[in-house]
Design a protein around this ligand. Structure first.
Ligand SMILES: C[S@@+](CC[C@H](N)C(=O)[O-])C[C@H]1O[C@@H](n2cnc3c(N)ncnc32)[C@H](O)[C@@H]1O
Length: 355
């Protein structure tokens, strides 16, 4: 009991520390931007005290469920503390060094500033952009090295807690196959990026076969480093487009997809959901996690619209107004449920057993 209380306190302290660090970073970088690149400052009104309180309550609820689900054994408590801390500490100065080029891109509205050596033919046009104004978009080792830290800062240290919300519905969804040994189950993480969700799934389901797909070779390289456990790889990583995946029909028992849909035009969003349906075995489950939307979170509509103004997210406005439930139904999914956790909406949808 004393040990549990201590771990809970340590987790709360860590989250508070990450939150403060995120806020301090943002305040400092805004001050610096005011001095050095005032033209890059987006014109948005400050958020109200009520909204700030609402945000605080929502973060507290997220931390509560994150702790509870670890305490119930849905994933090991060690996951609550899992991060490559030394690597992040070493890379943090690079985030500061990268800021001026980010501001320049924001100021000049340059959003197609891609590395010259990439072969543009192999990527869809919508992908060749500096999402969030990030240097090289998703297409360099430099970008892959900074991404996780940037996301943690953006969400004040809650990104991994939000990603972990896929674990409970994933485990529930996989119950359909509970008569099979775990080794015979294949779970695919679509747009896996640097593999943080894969690592979380591996910790929660330690025997399933794990696969990840992403368009970025650099992000997959980073994922592979991150998922390499003393020479034993925790997942099979494949470079490819989620709209047209190189996997056989009905070859997966579960598919997860975290923070992809808001970065796709609507037609690609539809294609991805249809692909997820195609690769799932009947009875399989799709778990999506992405930004909350206006319809389910009207209290945060200003924050969602501001996000769209501050960061280069060309498809975000369309996404926050899109009807994902309808799109899931159109793709063939049934038994759709959804719930929100702070800034993330998590959907669970099944491919019916009797097709
Ligand atoms: C915002 S990141 C999310 C990454 C990861 N799931 C996470 O939780 O951090 C979006 C990811 O989607 C990938 N991506 C974007 N469009 C894609 C597509 N059509 N097919 C495969 N991956 C894509 C990007 O390379 C990037 O790694």
């Amino acid at each position: 009991m004393a040990e549990t209380n201590f771990t809970k306190l340590a987790y709360k302290t860590l989250q508070q520390g990450k939150s403060l660090a995120g806020l301090a970073h943002k305040q400092l970088s805004t001050k610096l931007m005011e001095l050095i690149a005032p033209e890059a400052i987006p014109s948005i009104d400050p958020i109200s005290v009520e909204q700030l309180n609402e945000l605080r309550r929502s973060i507290e609820a997220l931390e509560k469920i994150d702790w509870q689900e670890a305490d119930q054994g849905l994933y090991p408590k060690s996951q609550l503390f899992d991060a490559p801390w030394l690597e992040w500490a070493a890379r943090y100065p690079l985030i500061w060094l990268d800021l001026p080029s980010t501001w320049e891109r924001r100021k000049t509205k340059q959003t197609r500033d891609m590395p010259s050596k990439i072969n543009k033919e192999v990527y869809p046009d919508y992908y060749l952009q500096n999402f969030h104004h990030q240097t090289d978009g998703y297409l360099s080792d430099h970008s892959a090295g900074l991404y996780d830290l940037q996301v943690e800062i953006l969400f004040n240290g809650t990104a991994d807690s939000m990603r972990r919300r896929i674990i409970a519905p994933l485990k529930i969804g996989l119950k359909t196959f509970e008569n099979r040994p775990q080794e015979k189950l294949r779970v695919l993480d679509v747009a896996t990026g640097t593999g943080r969700s894969l690592k979380q799934i591996r910790a929660a389901l330690n025997k399933v076969e794990l696969l990840g797909i992403d368009l970025s070779e650099s992000y997959l390289k980073q994922a592979s480093r991150y998922l390499n456990n003393h020479g034993k790889y925790l997942a099979q990583l494949v470079r490819g487009n989620a709209e047209e995946m190189p996997f056989a029909n009905e070859s997966m028992q579960a598919v997860t997809c975290v923070f992809l849909l808001h970065e796709l035009p609507r037609s690609a969003r539809k294609n991805v959901l249809k692909e997820c349906w195609r690769v799932l075995e009947p009875g399989g489950v799709l778990i999506l996690a992405d930004s909350i939307q206006i319809a389910d979170s009207p209290q945060f509509s200003k924050i969602l619209e501001d996000f769209n103004k501050v960061f280069h997210e060309p498809f975000y406005y369309d996404y926050i107004n899109d009807d994902i439930n309808a799109m899931l139904i159109e793709s063939g999914f049934k038994f759709i449920t959804a719930e929100s956790h702070f800034m993330t909406r998590v959907w669970s949808a099944k491919k019916e057993l009797d097709q």
